[in-house]
Write a protein that binds this ligand. Structure first.
Ligand SMILES: CC(C)(COP(=O)(O)OP(=O)(O)OC[C@H]1O[C@@H](n2cnc3c(N)ncnc32)[C@H](O)[C@@H]1OP(=O)(O)O)[C@@H](O)C(=O)NCCC(=O)NCCS
Length: 189
């Protein structure tokens, strides 16, 4: 079960933690920024009431006893100043009608260009492969979203072509765990 505000993963510069009710204002600002929302869903910004309702629903789902804690967007906090700078997570989803696990990221525009999205995504990717033993993660994005494509590539994503996601045409990248070296190349201790 998810406990509000608990740390999920930490990286050198970031903490990925569960949502708290006081993350609402940050989330409202994120959903109101056209520069960020251009690449999400149909590209529209969301009014405060809608974000509030959605945020409440998501927090309720994440607190349900059977909910897997990893299956959620986590808030990204910068260690240097404790500021909330975005969200990233692993999420169950459907791609082309089949169940998949996606990895996603959004940052406030003021935090772009510092490597934070990649740092958060690498930690989530490694958690997915090491702890959850997943054999692949999907990234769904719009092909013109060059910054997001760059993150997908930096975490090892491989272009898979076009796909349908929430009834929208998207581009899909797939990330897989590194293959283990053949026995002959493993260290002999
Ligand atoms: C997609 C998104 C998260 C990418 O953010 P980003 O800051 O460009 O990505 P990264 O965190 O990987 O940062 C990479 C940049 O930081 C730079 N950087 C600076 N300091 C760095 C450091 N210490 N370590 C690594 N990179 C660093 C890199 O050189 C790179 O710069 P460049 O953009 O000039 O090439 C962001 O653009 C966003 O939130 N967009 C709106 C929402 C969205 O599109 N979400 C994805 C939907 S699929």
């Amino acid at each position: 079960m998810t406990q509000p505000g608990e740390v999920f993963l930490a990286t050198p510069r970031l903490v990925l933690r569960d949502k708290r009710t006081d993350d609402l204002d940050f989330t409202v600002a994120l959903f109101a920024d056209p520069e960020v929302m251009r690449w999400i869903g149909d590209g529209s910004t969301y009014p405060r009431e809608e974000v509030e309702a959605r945020f409440g629903r998501v927090m309720a789902i994440e607190r349900e006893p059977g909910h897997d804690r990893w299956d959620a967007f986590k808030m990204i906090e910068r260690k240097a100043d404790g500021a909330c700078i975005g969200q990233a997570g692993l999420l169950r989803c459907e791609i082309d009608g089949s169940p998949e696990i996606e990895i996603g990221w959004w940052l406030a525009a003021s935090a772009w260009g510092c490597g934070y999205a990649t740092e958060a995504a690498l930690a989530l990717r490694d958690f997915a492969f090491r702890e959850l033993r997943l054999t692949r993660l999907s990234v769904v994005l719009y092909a013109e979203n060059a910054r997001s494509v760059a993150v997908a590539l930096r975490i090892g994503g491989v272009y898979q072509g076009e796909a349908r996601y929430h009834d929208r045409p998207v581009t899909r990248y797939v990330v897989q765990p590194p293959a283990s070296p053949p026995a002959s190349q493993r260290a002999q201790c």
